[in-house]
Design a protein around this ligand. Sequence first.
Ligand code: NAD
Ligand code: FE2
Length: 302
Amino acid sequence: MGAERINAVKTSFFGKGALSLLPAELKKMGIRRGLIVTDRFLYETGAADRVGRALLDAGVEYAIYYQVKPNPTIDVVNECIDAARGLGVDVLVAVGGGSAIDTAKAVSIVVANGGSVEDYEGVNKSSRAGIPIVAVNTTAGTGSEVTSFYIVTDPEKHSKMAMVDANCMVSIAVNDIDFMMSMPPKLTAATGMDALTHAIEAVLAKGATPLTDKDACWAIEVIAQNLPRAVADGSCEEARTMMAYAENVAGMAFSNAGLGWFTPWPTPWAVTITFPTASATRCSSPMCWSSTGGRPRCAGAL
Ligand SMILES: NC(=O)c1ccc[n+]([C@@H]2O[C@H](COP(=O)([O-])OP(=O)(O)OC[C@H]3O[C@@H](n4cnc5c(N)ncnc54)[C@H](O)[C@@H]3O)[C@@H](O)[C@H]2O)c1
Ligand SMILES: [Fe+2]
């Protein structure tokens, strides 16, 4: 086994009420001015404002960009870049699932490095760390708050651009289940299947290591136990908490092990499924089971 590199987020807050831990951390970072990056639903239902109050507690003034769409496009990213540059912000605060977090990652890289988002398609294309990102995650889910990936849709080419870049990782991840309780059963199921897919992919990936295997197998077991509970009863705090841990750990495993075979991005057909992305994952999962000719290495955990 050769040398390996592990990328991890510096600070993560977990559990019910975890947002309350954010202001003290922001104060330590000397942050003054932020842009909340979110979508219309989370803006109108008050999630963005709750995060805004935490920013004010830390002495951070902020504006809100709430035009993120599921599977964010180049246009959305460009609009948000203009907002961030115009305001001169020193932190981007994503409030949402993978779409808001990936938008913040793209904006962070372009603001710090110049050029346009298309320049960063591929592996480690940026030279400088992006401006700091706080990710308040509201789905369980993509694991984007802990991965070194982001995905931006190019509608003209009918494709998704995948950016793999250690410079895009968030500085602070908040997985507070108070932001996840509102997920309806279908969204809970679809995003949970995305997390399960990531964990299975991590086990199958060529770059899998003992560390990523351990994480991925744990995530598979926890998702198998808790996703059905979270879908059946969205008010179950224990199931939501365990799903929040599992999607995060699955994200860490697949980010460090590398991709497997069947995450649907960046295939053109995935773009046609706009909400939620995880539905596409669910559709393609059986391909994995048949093409591997059996169960993954950690099948015992299932
Ligand atoms: N960066 C990565 O590592 C990574 C990995 C997998 C997927 N992705 C990307 O993530 C995106 C998908 O993210 P997602 O599946 O988290 O969904 P999403 O962020 O696209 O959100 C889907 C919908 O759910 C709503 N929603 C979000 N949180 C909610 C809540 N708590 N209650 C009720 N509604 C809520 C949103 O308003 C939105 O309409 C895609 O663009 C995909 O390509 C990124
Ligand atoms: Fe995924």
